[in-house]
Design a protein around this ligand. Structure first.
Ligand code: FES
Length: 93
């Protein structure tokens, strides 16, 4: 038996905004995956000033929260990208 890879199939491209900057992603990707692929260094800022980035990628740690179209505290690892969505960093509260 030999191992083989399944060819990757990506959806059509979509474009959304992160803190005012355009980000190109593919339909079916999560916001977290798209932001990581775009080399975003911080999804938010913690109270101690440290950057917040996804940790678990499965919706349990909340380290990936962002604001999406005005909706605060959205776990970006669970939200699919949509064309034209506006995403902003979360600031510590
Ligand atoms: S990365 Fe942990 S909840 Fe999103």
């Amino acid at each position: 038996m030999s191992a083989s890879r399944i060819p990757a199939q990506r959806g059509p491209t979509v474009e959304f905004e992160f803190d005012g900057d355009p980000v190109v992603a593919h339909e079916g990707e999560t916001v977290a995956a798209a932001l990581l692929a775009a080399n975003v260094a911080a999804f938010g800022i913690a109270r101690n000033g440290e950057p917040r980035l996804p940790l678990c990628n499965m919706g349990t740690c909340f380290d990936c929260v962002v604001t999406v179209d005005g909706e605060p505290l959205v776990r970006s690892c669970l939200r699919d990208v949509c064309d034209g969505m506006r995403v902003t960093r979360n600031e510590a509260s």
